[in-house]
Design a protein around this ligand. Structure first.
Ligand code: C5J
Length: 224
């Protein structure tokens, strides 16, 4: 693999130094992906998210082969809910609230089966897992320090959901100076129209928050 690669992205191609690039996989947890978890308690059709799994798996395999830093994130809360703002726990009218017992353990609680990452994308021992209480991966986490430690300047971002945790993380990262390339088919939303708009918002205005590319374009750049 070359030291750098050019990804056919929108709004423009982008050349990345691979040694300064990390893959960030957002919240591919059973709580969002499977029936009985947090996503479904909010009334969502969780089958909408399945389409992101294979593209992420393909990029993850290529990135592992290339030796890039891999970061997985998980949204969730401590068992005593001390890191869960009441405004979040009380929000809306879900069938089960954060912390309530569900079929995969307590909803969105660290250590429960539902909080874990789906088997297809399970982290290796050597990979970084960031537990985050919010939607953005930088808020109240050690992510910034870890990326600085590894000299990372560029992020390949994928996961769920496009308009919530992916967009929030990309916006946080953009403000911190990272070049973010969002993998379009490696993201998904319970609402296909929000997925489309979430990607458009990132790449509009000359790439106001970052770049958007298909997984095939990322794989091609990595293989070049
Ligand atoms: C949500 C997320 N949608 N990971 N979380 O609550 O996008």
């Amino acid at each position: 693999m070359a030291d750098t690669g050019t990804i056919a992205a929108e709004p423009a191609p982008i050349t990345l130094d691979w040694s300064k690039t990390a893959l960030v996989i957002i919240d591919m947890q059973r709580d969002f992906m499977e029936p009985g978890g947090f996503g479904e308690t909010l009334g969502n059709d969780v089958s909408q998210l399945a389409r992101a799994v294979q593209p992420i798996a393909a990029v993850l395999a290529a990135v592992r082969e290339a030796g890039l830093l891999v970061v997985h994130t998980r949204e969730g809360h401590l068992p005593d809910l001390s890191d869960a703002p009441p405004a979040k726990v009380e929000r809306g009218a879900p069938s089960l609230r954060i912390g309530d017992p569900g079929p995969m353990g307590r909803i969105l609680i660290r250590g429960e089966a539902g909080h874990d990452i789906i088997p297809e994308l399970y982290p290796l021992e050597s990979e970084i897992v960031i537990d985050k209480p919010g939607k953005g991966a930088f808020y109240a986490t050690e992510l910034s320090d870890i990326l600085s430690k590894y000299g990372i300047e560029n992020l390949l971002v994928c996961g769920v959901t496009t308009e919530v945790c992916v967009n929030t993380t990309v916006r946080e990262a953009n403000d911190r100076g990272y070049r973010c390339v969002v993998i379009s088919d490696g993201c998904a939303s319970y609402f296909p129209e929000f997925h489309e708009m979430g990607l458009k918002m990132i790449k509009a205005q000359g790439g106001i928050f970052g770049w958007v590319a298909e997984s095939a374009a990322v794989l091609k750049a990595l293989a070049a």
